[in-house]
Write a protein that binds this ligand. Sequence first.
Ligand code: SF4
Length: 402
Amino acid sequence: MQQINESILNDEIREHLKENRISHMEYLPGMERISSDLLEQVTSRMDAYDPARYTAGDVRRALAQENRTPEDFAALLSPAAAPFLEEMARKAKEETRKHFGNTVYLFTPLYIANYCENYCIYCGFNCHNKIRRARLNEEEIEKEMRKIAETGLQEILILTGESPSKSDLTYIGEACRIARRYFKVIGLEVYPMNTEDYRYLHGCGADYVTVFQETYHAGKYETLHLAGPKRIFPYRFYAQERALLGGMRGVGFAALLGLADFRKDAFATGIHAWLLQRKFPQAEISFSCPRLRPIINNEKINPQDVHESQLLQVITAYRLFLPYAGITVSTRECARFRDHVMGLAATKISAGVSTGVGSHCEEVEDKGDSQFEISDGRTVAEVWESLTRRGLQPVMSDYLYV
Ligand code: SF4
């Protein structure tokens, strides 16, 4: 497993953080507590999960099931399932066809700001990293959205970095209102909020919310998130539940694979989604499957430890456990891998991607640096062409407003 090297912190910052470090398990003032025990349920199942204890027999049994239990999911994520990857992929493809036909949804992320108040040591946007920061104004947001809409896309994912002071609620709400003029589906990947904030953003047009828990291992989480509100592990964990309570139609889950034991993190992600789906049967559930990528000003973050075959195992295990869930594969992965997975288990692909601020439109002057390097820089037309060549049906949106 990759070790994140924390020596990138200089001594001064390290001392300051040590002295001022807050508990990662205690809510800060203003953070809403909801009545839920999902965190205890997920962490106790994850702690009890020992991937090494599963056998080929357990994997065969899991593959033979029609409806798979958490125990089957655990077996499919274990090292014992590696020799069965071919069969997992075949069965995942069958499930995908059953629930989604040959459709694949297209969308693009739009970074409207890259200010961040958190210190996640693996991310290029972290508040101690010296990068070009930017925040688009309403006119610039509209220009970028218009440009993206010209490609034919009807779904957009709005991202801000996590700075409630620079990207406040009304700023994000206004971006949603502008997006509503150009797109049919609007997703948000912004800082976790309280239920009423999600309700407000839903009223502005947002449909779904994605929050990466990064790692479900609270001890590891603490060592990677040194400062800022993101440090508060349980508040982040309950973001999806608050979003659904606030009226959002869908929620997305992800662990950043490579930060900790990826099998346990993938297991916890799946269990989190599964438990929440039982509580909110109407919710549209989806997974993202990011692996760590290199970032600006930290060449030590050069992750290679979750191999492609292991990522494929995670993605197919998600499909076999929750056959109806959406699965997105990030542009962190190369075009060849993304295309391959689209035919098997994934149902959503981003296209025409840039992770910088203001980078879709020449006229936007206030450009901000990118969050991470992308591997698949294909345009919307190129991704469309590649999907149709593989017999898949690209879909811009299947949502109708009445
Ligand atoms: S991972 Fe998110 S919260 Fe952490 S530094 Fe990057 S943008 Fe900010």
